[in-house]
Write a protein that binds this ligand. Structure first.
Ligand code: XMP
Length: 403
């Protein structure tokens, strides 16, 4: 894009920069009082300003990885134009939040749905620090978590933090509802609904609570409907529960935080690093990593393969640089040989992406030796898998998950 580097918005830029933009719509003419400060061959007004009124408009995505120096545009806007000071600290956020929550909740009772993910974990510990045993966490184990994950969640929250935790083993219920279902969106819907049912039943046993805690973070707020962007995959992180649980008020202590700030809050609260830096894991869990219908056997195959992949990524020291990596159980069976025997077994796909925003990303160039080790371990150690493939597609055009 050709940009006007004399504009405060592009301070420190050359006159050309690569920003990610879509070419489907464009502003044909800038409004009165505005000056064009950026254009491409296809988009005559990709950026504009009214410097007297300090108004700026852009039609590209400075926030995504693919925009070169995009964050510098945001920096210029915040610090040079809006004169923000940037002196906000996580430690004061934690202190202030605990104080505010204490005042707000007092002796009231609060209920929290704990998934073991970063957001709900940080929200739960924050609440626990504020109100102690007046917080009850319900952990619905839908059986679609990664290998050993349910036990790990229980260990951290029950033993390490001494939080009132109710773990509900609901695997059979979920698998029954999912039986024969192949459509990804249907799977998501069933899991979302069943999750609410289970939570509702458990919450009823507790009775009326004063507050329902949700680990909503700022990107969830945006995704759930500030804009009109089309739903690519339905997420069920926000909403749902409130309609079904008997409570007086909702508490969302992380509502204004971005993910990196949530992680910093987690560390400040003493949550173990491996949980705080846990890679994102979708709410519907392994259900959307098993292509086609889900069975207990397929779940076990995927859990084992995924666990080997994660172990070898950690052994190779790549677990901090790859932002999301997992195995997918494709619905494809192919012919192989094992000893003298012909086999006809499943293909496991490995997926690994590098991204910060998860809206765009590139496939990770994992060294061949690591891939080789993962592949040979999976076919040797996991029954009913005779082939491993590596997904070399970036996002876009592919999404991170396969379903
Ligand atoms: P996609 O596949 O859309 O994924 O490129 C982007 C990020 O979102 C996660 N994801 C989900 N998370 N419920 C969730 O809570 C879902 O249904 C869901 N689908 C995708 C995905 O793991 C990746 O981090």
């Amino acid at each position: 894009m050709e940009i006007d580097s004399t504009s405060s918005l592009f301070q420190g830029f050359e006159n050309q920069n690569d920003f990610l933009m879509s070419h489907t719509d464009f502003v044909a003419e800038v409004p009165a009082g505005f000056k064009n400060i950026g254009k491409t061959m296809h988009c005559p007004n990709a950026a504009m300003e009214n410097s007297d009124k300090k108004l700026y408009g852009i039609q590209f995505h400075p926030e995504v990885n693919l925009s070169v120096n995009g964050t510098k545009v945001i920096y210029n806007f915040l610090f040079n134009i809006c004169k923000c000071s940037g002196d906000w600290q996580i430690s004061s956020f934690v202190e202030d939040s605990i104080k505010t929550l204490k005042e707000k909740i007092g002796d009231g009772k609060a209920l929290c749905a704990l998934s073991g993910g970063v957001d709900s974990s940080v929200a739960a510990v924050l609440l626990h620090k504020a109100i102690g045993k007046n917080l009850t966490c319900i952990f619905v184990d839908h059986g679609l978590l990664r290998k050993n994950e349910g036990d790990e969640v229980e260990e951290i929250f029950r033993n390490q933090f001494d939080i009132n935790l109710l773990r509900v083993d609901a695997k059979d219920r979920f698998l029954e509802k999912l039986s024969g279902v192949t459509d990804p969106e249907k799977k998501r819907k069933i899991i979302g609904e069943e999750f609410i049912r289970v939570f509702e039943e458990e919450a009823k046993k507790i009775g009326t609570v004063d507050f329902l805690v949700q680990g909503t973070i700022y990107p969830d707020v945006i995704e759930s409907g500030l804009g009109k962007s089309s739903v690519i995959k339905s997420h069920h992180n926000v909403g749902g529960l409130p309609d079904y649980v008997d409570f007086k008020e909702i508490v969302e202590p992380l509502r204004n935080l971005f993910k990196d700030e949530v992680r910093k809050t987690g560390l400040e609260l003493g949550i173990p690093e491996n949980l705080v830096f846990r890679q994102p894991f979708p709410g519907p869990g392994l259900a959307i990593r098993i292509i086609g219908d889900i069975t207990d056997d397929k779940l076990n195959i995927l859990k084992d393969a995924d666990s080997i992949f994660r172990e070898e990524i950690a052994n190779a020291g790549l677990d901090k640089s790859i932002n999301q990596y997992f195995a997918v159980l494709t619905n494809l069976k192919s012919v192989g040989v094992m000893g003298d025997e012909r086999t006809y077994d499943y293909t496991i796909a490995l997926r690994a992406v590098e991204t910060t925003d998860f809206m765009t990303g590139v496939w990770s160039k994992i060294p061949y030796e690591v891939l080789e080790k993962v592949s040979s371990r999976i076919v040797n150690e996991v029954k009913h898998v005779n082939r491993v493939v590596y997904d070399i597609t970036s996002k876009p055009p592919a999404t991170i998950e396969w379903e």
